[in-house]
Write a protein that binds this ligand. Structure first.
Ligand SMILES: CC(C)(COP(=O)(O)OP(=O)(O)OC[C@H]1O[C@@H](n2cnc3c(N)ncnc32)[C@H](O)[C@@H]1OP(=O)(O)O)[C@@H](O)C(=O)NCCC(=O)NCCS
Length: 183
C-alpha cells in the first residue's frame, strides 16, 4: 500500500477563546491550567486532522508563560504539525492574547505537544507523512527531529542518572540552594 502524505496546511488549526472571569486565579489573572487545557485541545484537533483518527497526548515540551493573560482578553492558539515520526506527531502551538480595546497582541507562550495516533484497537498506528512546502516547514521538521532525540535523552537521564546517585553525592551540591537538610 502506498504511503499517504498530507501538507501542514491540511491540519493547521486556530482556536480562539474569550477569557471569562471563572478562568481567573486569586491574583485576577488566567490560570495556567486553563491555557494548558486549551493547548491540549488544539493539539488534539491538529493531530487528529493529520492522522484522520483518535490520538493521545504523550508529552509536552517548552511550556513557559512569558506574560500573564487577563480576563477579557481573546486568546488565540495557532497550531500546526511540525514533525511526524512513525506514530508520533509534534504539534507546535503559539499562544497570543489580544486586548480587544487596544488591539495590542502579546505572545504569551509557545510549546510542543507530542501526540500519538491510536487505531480502533487502541494500538499505536502509523501516521501519514508530512509534505514540506516552505523553508519554515523544513526548519520546523528538522527542529522536531532534534526535539524528539532530546526528549528521549531527557527521559533516559531522569530514569537512570539521578536514581543511581547516592544521597552522600547529592547533599554537598545543595549547600547554596534554598533548602534546609534535616535528613
Ligand atoms: C505513549 C504511548 C502511546 C507509548 O506506547 P508504546 O507502546 O510504548 O509505543 P512506542 O514506544 O512505540 O512509542 C510510540 C511513539 O511515541 C513516542 N513516544 C513514546 N513515549 C514518548 C514520550 N514520553 N515523549 C515523546 N514521545 C514519546 C515514540 O518516540 C514513538 O514515536 P514514533 O512512532 O514516531 O517513532 C503509551 O504509553 C500510551 O498510550 N500512553 C498514554 C497516553 C495517554 O493516555 N495520554 C492521555 C493522558 S491523560
Amino acid at each position: 500500500m502506498s504511503q499517504i502524505f498530507r501538507s501542514v496546511s491540511d491540519s493547521e488549526t486556530v482556536l480562539t477563546e474569550l477569557m471569562i472571569p471563572s478562568y481567573a486565579n486569586f491574583g485576577g489573572k488566567v490560570h495556567g491550567g486553563i491555557l494548558l487545557s486549551l493547548m491540549d485541545k488544539v493539539a488534539y484537533v491538529t493531530a487528529s486532522k493529520h492522522y484522520g483518527g483518535y490520538c493521545v497526548t504523550v508529552a509536552v515540551e517548552g511550556v513557559e508563560f512569558m506574560h500573564p493573560v487577563e480576563v477579557g482578553q481573546l486568546v488565540s492558539l495557532k497550531a500546526s504539525i511540525n514533525y511526524v515520526g512513525k506514530s508520533s506527531m509534534i504539534v507546535g502551538i503559539r499562544v497570543e492574547a489580544l486586548h480587544p480595546k487596544t488591539g495590542e497582541i502579546s505572545h504569551t507562550n509557545s510549546s510542543y505537544f507530542t501526540m500519538v495516533a491510536k487505531n480502533e484497537a487502541h494500538e499505536t498506528d502509523r501516521v501519514p507523512g508530512l509534505i514540506l512546502q516552505t523553508e519554515t516547514e523544513i526548519r520546523r521538521f528538522y527542529e522536531g527531529m532534534h526535539l524528539k532525540i532530546l526528549s528521549k535523552q531527557k527521559r533516559e537521564m531522569l530514569k537512570s542518572d539521578f536514581s543511581s546517585l547516592s544521597i552522600e553525592d547529592i547533599t554537598p551540591k545543595l549547600v547554596h540552594e534554598n533548602c534546609s537538610l534535616r535528613y
